[in-house]
Design a protein around this ligand. Structure first.
Ligand code: 6GU
Length: 226
């Protein structure tokens, strides 16, 4: 069995909806990976089932309350046989990358906590969170798109998830380089021809060309990777 992710979110449909497509959907159906959502709203005790409240000290926006988050994490923990890490998704976290995705693909998975509003009560992070992870230097309205991006990137490294067994190894970043260009039929479209080497049947030459294109692209677009 591959990794299991428990996602704590007040918008579970965002997660389950987005997981219903393509290779990720098939991997879930085949049981190679699994995802379950936990809604903090189900762990409230007040009449209005409130998950957020106004920030102490004033200011704009709302803050997610401790109790509903802690309750959802506790429930997710109790549903797992292991002691999976609790990961809070936020722009303040350490940066997620391909190396982390590959490492996580071989692990048990995690409990991913998605924040909304201006943030979550800091005491929840202190008491319940093992690490904070960010997908990049921009602010999302919530952690859900980040959780989806991370799980997708992780699942691609789980054996059997991609049909063609070594496709993940040939993607951008796998070897520290960007991906090479790809072409399909027809051989010519609007006066643009497929590079001749790809039609040559010379597999060694094709391998060399793709490698050279990857390097050229990386140098032109992402010199920082070299
Ligand atoms: Cl992980 N969460 C949120 N809410 N915003 C982000 C992020 C995560 N990574 C970058 N921006």
């Amino acid at each position: 069995m591959g990794p299991r992710y428990d996602v704590v979110t007040i918008f579970p449909d965002m997660i389950t909806g987005a997981l219903g497509y393509g290779v990720v959907s098939r991997a879930l159906e085949a049981g190679r990976v699994s995802v379950q959502t936990w809604n903090p709203r189900d762990y409230t005790s007040d009449r209005h089932a409130s998950v957020d409240d106004r920030p102490y000290g004033g200011g704009p926006g709302m803050v997610m309350r401790y109790e509903p988050l802690a309750g959802a994490v506790r429930a997710a923990r109790e549903a797992r046989a292991d002691r999976a890490e609790v990961v809070y998704l936020s722009p303040q976290g350490e940066r997620f990358d391909a190396a982390m995705a590959e490492k996580w693909a071989g692990g048990p998975g995690a409990i991913l906590v998605c924040g909304r509003y201006e943030g979550v009560d800091e005491r929840f992070i202190e008491a319940c969170v093992d690490r904070e992870v960010s997908i990049g230097d921009y602010v999302l309205s919530g952690g859900e798109p980040a959780a989806l991006a991370m799980m997708d990137a992780v699942f691609r490294f789980v054996p059997g998830v991609l049909g063609h067994e070594d496709s993940a190894g040939e993607d951008s970043f796998a070897g520290g380089l960007l991906d090479c260009p790809h072409y399909t039929r027809p051989e010519e479209v609007e006066d643009r021809r497929v590079p001749e080497v790809l039609l040559s049947g010379d597999h060694a030459a094709i391998r060399r060309w793709r490698r050279a294109e990857s390097k050229r692209r990386t140098r032109e677009r992402r010199e920082d990777l070299l």
